[in-house]
Design a binder for this molecule. Structure first.
Ligand code: BGN
Length: 303
């Protein structure tokens, strides 16, 4: 007897029978979120609230196969209260979005200038060694999402996605077209394609503008959610005295050379500068600490 499937050469994969995490109606998203900055929240209480989260800050949905396996990398320094608020805010959102995710906090040993590019690159390489993922989100610790329809995934992504075009500090408007700082989602493949971030930016700012140059160098740019969805509250804090202006010319010289530098400054040489000094699988996040080396005394050469 010929079966209907045989007659029409039908193949049915068992996966199609499973409910699928890609459908919006499976998310328990609530849309616009009230940002409640609760300074008294402590880690023990947070742990109790997030008992489904595995050690190292890993979570995966049980009722459907996830559409994206995401690593969220959050650089951090001396902002413990921001980090607690960040964790309190994002764990519930990411679970409602039905993602498989891991939170990775990356910190530097050095107490002088921050090197965000090195921290992102080094954490990414450690994640590649240890975890299975297809999507990576680079996330400032002071950015709190105001609308959970803004998906933290790389599902069907054709270009990197700048998730934070509308920040309260900039009156919910993109300050300039090439800005990709704040929150940026990329496939693992695309991040490797652009050789990660530059390792040469010290102190506040610039490494994100350099990333734009890298994207352009490989013939792409970014997508962005609509500003009503890509909305964020930036937790207020004081920038260290003078840090913004410090080495401004240094950053400008570097930016002028993005196009010629990107293929030899990034993921492929970060191990020359950065050493992993500590790994901890905390209840709500994986914690990496890196020795990022010393900042150069001289200005960069104009190459
Ligand atoms: C820019 C910074 C970015 C930062 C945005 C938004 C630089 C490069 C030298 C001009 N760029 O000025 O890194 O994300 O502001 O705050 O500092």
């Amino acid at each position: 007897m010929r079966t209907l499937a045989g007659q029409f050469n039908l193949t049915v994969s068992p996966r199609t029978y499973q409910p699928c995490c890609k459908f919006r109606n499976r998310f328990r998203s609530v849309g616009h979120l009230k940002i409640n900055i609760n300074k008294s929240i402590d880690l023990d209480e947070l742990r109790k609230r997030n008992q489904g989260v595995k050690k190292g800050g890993f979570w995966t949905p049980h009722d459907c196969p996830p559409r994206s396996r995401v690593i969220i990398i959050v650089p951090h320094r001396n902002r413990w209260s921001h980090l607690i608020q960040w964790l309190a805010h994002y764990h519930p959102i990411l679970q409602r979005q039905k993602l498989e995710y891991r939170i990775v906090v990356t910190e530097q040993v050095q107490r002088n200038l921050f090197n965000k590019g090195r921290l992102y690159n080094a954490a990414f390489l450690e994640c590649e060694r240890a975890f299975d993922f297809d999507c990576v989100i680079f996330h400032d610790v002071d950015m709190l999402l105001e609308n959970d329809h803004n998906m933290y995934w790389c599902y069907n992504m054709t270009r990197p996605r700048h998730l934070s075009p509308a920040v309260d500090k900039f009156r919910y408007q993109l300050p300039y077209h090439i800005l990709v700082g704040g929150v940026l989602a990329m496939t693992r493949h695309m991040f490797k394609r652009v050789n990660g971030f530059s390792n040469q930016f010290w102190g506040w700012g610039g490494e994100d503008d350099d990333m734009w140059g890298r994207l352009v160098a490989v013939n792409t740019t970014v997508d962005r959610p609509h500003p009503t969805i890509g909305r964020y509250t930036m937790i207020k804090h004081r920038t260290r005295k003078g840090e913004r202006n410090f080495m401004l010319t240094y950053r400008l010289v570097l930016l002028a050379t993005s196009g010629s530098r990107w293929s030899r400054d990034g993921l492929n040489d970060v191990r020359d500068y950065c050493k992993l000094t500590q790994v901890a699988h905390e209840p709500l996040f994986t914690h990496f600490v890196f020795d990022v080396g010393n900042q150069p005394r001289q200005k960069p050469r104009n190459t």
